[in-house]
Design a protein around this ligand. Structure first.
Ligand SMILES: [Zn+2]
Length: 207
């Protein structure tokens, strides 16, 4: 029988931290900063990104400011859980960092909670808002179930205010005269989007 008075010490260190926001808010940079801090503290870390995120090459997560860390890639939550099991089996794992979490879909919520439940610190970074200024699951649900949530903003390209949103730049075929160029812009990467404060959104869904 325990003789300790007051609250008991936590049995497990597991918890969830979410870093979310629109594009260009520095989410990956903040995720990598936390991973580096954990490594300085002597913790075992693993960074995983989604397989569709090949913007800067697979096998690493990098921020716009040039920070980069080696990362595994997973195509879905099953592959993510399998990878975590493999890493845990071969030497242990303290901190799991998941970047581009929005690509994993709603099943990520249960996976993250389970991993935190068995003692992992799970850091999750991703978009929580679509380019149409609507909530983008699973990040909003993950925020509701996390111990710590950091919502970052970008800088509005029009006025310089905090930008909680991003939107797609629509390039009319008239710009180049070629429809395929406009189509390319619509399926392009970060260069097809701009950060916007709420006052400079072109198509706010609540208006
Ligand atoms: Zn603005």
């Amino acid at each position: 029988m325990s003789t300790t008075r007051g609250p008991r010490a936590p049995q497990q260190p597991g918890h969830v931290e979410v870093v979310c926001g629109p594009m260009f808010a520095g989410k990956s940079e903040e995720l990598l900063r936390r991973v580096r801090r954990a490594r300085f503290a002597g913790l075992s870390t693993e960074v995983v990104s989604h397989a569709v995120d090949d913007r800067r090459g697979t096998g690493s997560v990098s921020s716009h400011s040039g920070l980069a860390l080696q990362a595994a890639v997973a195509a879905d939550v099953e592959a993510l859980e399998r990878h975590v099991r493999d890493v845990s089996a071969s030497g242990g794992l303290d901190v799991l960092a998941v970047d581009e979490a929005q690509f994993f879909g709603p099943d990520l919520v249960g996976t993250v909670q389970r991993l935190a439940g068995v003692g992992l610190v799970v850091l999750v970074a991703g978009l929580d808002v679509t380019f149409e200024a609507r909530p983008f699951e699973p990040l909003p649900s993950l925020c509701a179930l996390a111990e710590r949530v950091t919502r970052l903003t970008a800088v509005c390209g029009v006025c310089g205010a905090d930008a909680a949103f991003h939107e797609r730049v629509e390039v009319a075929p008239a710009v180049t005269g070629r429809a395929e160029d406009a189509q390319h812009e619509l399926v392009g990467g970060a260069e097809s989007y701009v950060a916007r404060c709420r006052h400079h959104l072109s198509h706010a869904p609540w208006l």
